[in-house]
Design a protein. Structure first.
Length: 457
């Protein structure tokens, strides 16, 4: 029986464990934080739970547009952050417990503690030595900190501090306008905070589709958010009853709290990786190939510690692929061009596959259509005016190469485009697929019809 030891119980670790157990391996997870890892306990699950609360708050605040009179609130919404955060942490712990129960039910041993590799085949946990045929490193990452803006958990925060707050930040300054910064800025705005977003770039979410980022920044500003572009936070000072953020252009911004969202650092230090021959890049991320192998024989890695498209879905797939490969199963290498991702703002932004920038640069010979969501009958019914559906297909064959959806539940709507990209469907295939009427998904088939080409006579 093959002995598999997995360091880290996040999505990359526990999904790998389930696959390895299914294939008959003897599996042990060494985990220091709780099964589910930071994704479940402090990052993805808590943040999306809180964001869901914020979206509901926004719906209530805007109910008057649909003729609903919310009595005794004068058009406002009162948010009890202590109750919100208690629910957030309760749900996160429940998800961790459910995941742990499932893993144990499959026969996986869970050892609490810190692991260190003393050999490619030996994992140390305290005084215990565990011999392994295969090791998977899935240790995740943690929020990057600036020396001049050291988080204190009271006024200067990382997102892992947010769920301990007893009161809603009155004036929240969010430093960093990437996906994490944009999500939290939008969420706290929905909960009722006055939000200032500090962006080092010309627009928010610079790695996302430009049209989508423009729509969302417009929503942010329209709802009262202050967006400070092309400037950086040089330092953040806790004044006792607030914060002062000093910007690179010399300006200062005052607020009640500051949330730092300036990237991630891999959890790869001091666990013996380089000593056993595992290669790291300049940022400390583990270097892996498309089947999750490291440079040390028998040692694999998955998840945020590899820096490969830092999404829970990617971490889970990396872990599965590692086990399929290590245990001799047929496996397809990781294909990032089919990975779907979502920014959980309100409205949501979801995308998959090829981008319009690749088309404009000449890298991809393709056609693009952008269909505004405000023409969709279901969107009109729910007063959803912001968003669009964008499809990209090959110029001559019509094969769907990618797409972007901005709108309510874009995280769900993108699946249709993902299936098309994964299965190499054509716009004709999508166009001839029945969509419910009225539905937001009808805009996907309508966009596909716009890309259909007449057959040559």
């Amino acid at each position: 029986m093959t002995k598999v030891v997995i360091i880290g119980g996040g999505p990359g670790g526990y999904e790998a464990a389930l696959v390895a157990a299914q294939l008959g391996a003897d599996v042990t997870i060494v985990d220091r934080d709780g099964v589910g890892g930071a994704c479940v306990l402090t990052d993805c699950v808590p943040s999306k739970t809180m964001i869901a609360t914020s979206v509901r708050s926004t719906y209530v605040r805007e109910a008057g547009r649909l003729g609903i009179d919310v009595v005794d609130t004068d058009g406002g919404v009162s948010v009890d952050v202590k109750t919100v955060n208690a629910r957030v942490k309760r749900l996160a712990q429940a998800q961790s417990d459910d995941t742990a129960s499932r893993v144990v039910k499959e026969g996986v041993e869970i050892i609490p503690g810190e692991a260190r590799l003393v050999d490619p085949k030996i994992v140390a946990v305290g005084d215990r030595r565990i011999h392994a045929d295969v090791v998977l490193v899935a240790t995740g990452a943690h929020p990057r900190e600036l020396p001049s803006a050291k988080p204190d958990g009271e006024r200067i925060l990382t997102w892992r501090h947010l769920y301990d707050l007893q009161e809603l930040p009155e004036d929240l300054i969010v430093v960093g306008s990437g996906v994490t910064g944009a999500e939290f800025a939008n969420a706290y705005q929905g909960l009722g905070s006055n939000v200032t977003l500090v962006s080092s770039r010309e627009r928010v979410m610079p790695t996302q589709d430009a049209d989508a980022a423009e729509v969302l920044e417009g929503v942010f500003r329209r709802q009262g958010m202050t967006v400070l572009s092309k400037t950086r936070a040089e330092s953040v000072t806790n004044t006792g009853n607030g914060v002062v953020v000093t910007l690179s252009d010399g300006r200062t911004v005052e607020g009640s709290h500051c949330l730092m969202t300036v990237g991630m650092i891999p959890n790869t230090a001091n666990i013996g990786l380089q000593e056993i021959g595992v290669g790291l890049d300049d940022g400390g991320f583990i270097q892996v190939d498309r089947v999750s192998r490291t440079s040390a024989s028998g040692v694999y890695a998955a998840g945020d510690c590899t820096g490969v498209n830092m999404l829970a879905s990617v971490a889970a797939m990396q872990g599965r692929i590692a086990m399929w490969h290590a245990l001799g199963e047929a496996v397809s290498p990781l294909k990032l061009s089919t990975v779907a991702s979502t920014v959980f703002t309100h409205p949501e932004l979801a995308s998959v596959g090829a981008t319009e920038s690749e088309v404009r640069s000449g890298k991809l010979d393709a056609r693009v259509v952008n269909l505004p969501l405000d023409t969709n009958p279901r969107a009109k019914m729910t007063n959803s005016k912001d968003g669009f559906v964008k499809l990209i297909c090959r110029q001559h064959t019509g094969i769907v190469m990618g797409g972007v959806v901005v709108g309510p539940r874009a995280s769900e709507l993108i699946l249709a485009v993902s299936v098309a990209v994964q299965q190499r469907l054509t716009v004709d295939d999508l166009a001839h697929t029945f969509a419910v009427y009225p539905s937001l998904s009808g805009s996907i088939t309508e966009a596909a019809r716009s890309l259909m080409q007449a057959s040559p006579e």
